[in-house]
Structure formats: C-alpha cells, structure tokens
Design a protein around this ligand. Structure first.
Ligand SMILES: [Zn+2]
Length: 119
C-alpha cells in the first residue's frame, strides 16, 4: 500500500503548494522534492519487474515534482526517462542502448523513439 500513501502525499502537497509555497519557496521544499524524486526512482526500480506500469507512474510523479519545485533532475535519472513518452527505461528491458560513434543511442521500446547522448 506504499503506492497509495505515496500518491496521497504528493497530491496533498500539490494542493498546499498552489496556495502557500508557490510565491515563497523555501530551500527545504526543494530538498524535500529532491529526496522524493530519488525515492520515486527507487520505487520505480523495485516495481519494474512485477509492475512496469507502476514504474511509469512513479517517474511521471518524479518529473512533475521536479517541474513544480524547479529541481534540476540529475543526469543519471534523466536518462532513465524516455524524453518522448516519459516511460521508465531499463537497459535491456524497456530500452535498448547502442554506441554509435561518440554517442550513446537509447531506443525506448514503448514508443520506439531514440535519444542520443554524447558519450
Ligand atoms: Zn518512449
């Protein structure tokens, strides 16, 4: 039931955020958002084998948190989300990674699109 309590917290804060936090954002809010993003990625990783659709939900929540609190998503987390359909990417499972010249090409297996990253 971790899933539902987690979501309730996010939804609850979204409400508060709109009324109070938006104008005067505190540093602790960003810290908290960042910790929650990391936690959501952990959960996504844990759930991927049994419930891949939950993983997608978790990374979407993480993305929304990073936008709401304007927290920069760390590079290593960013490359685990498909840029096009925002699916959670696991190498060899939901994504295929190839080295092409000096670039890493990641193909998302949910939408079939590619992302290229400099090596
Ligand atoms: Zn995709």
């Amino acid at each position: 039931m971790e899933v539902y309590s987690g979501e309730a917290v996010v939804a609850g804060n979204a409400c508060i955020g709109r009324i109070f936090v938006r104008k005067k954002q505190k540093d602790w809010a960003k810290d908290m958002a960042f910790q929650r993003i990391e936690r959501l990625f952990e959960l996504a990783e844990q759930e991927f084998r049994t419930h891949p659709e939950r993983s997608n939900r978790y990374v979407q929540l993480a993305r929304r948190l990073s936008m709401r609190y304007r927290v920069r998503m760390p590079e290593e987390l960013k490359r685990r989300i498909c840029k096009h359909c925002h699916a959670y990417l696991v190498q060899g499972e939901s994504a295929r990674t190839r080295l092409r010249g000096s670039r890493i090409t990641t193909t998302c297996l949910s939408c079939g699109k590619q992302m290229r990253l400099p090596y």
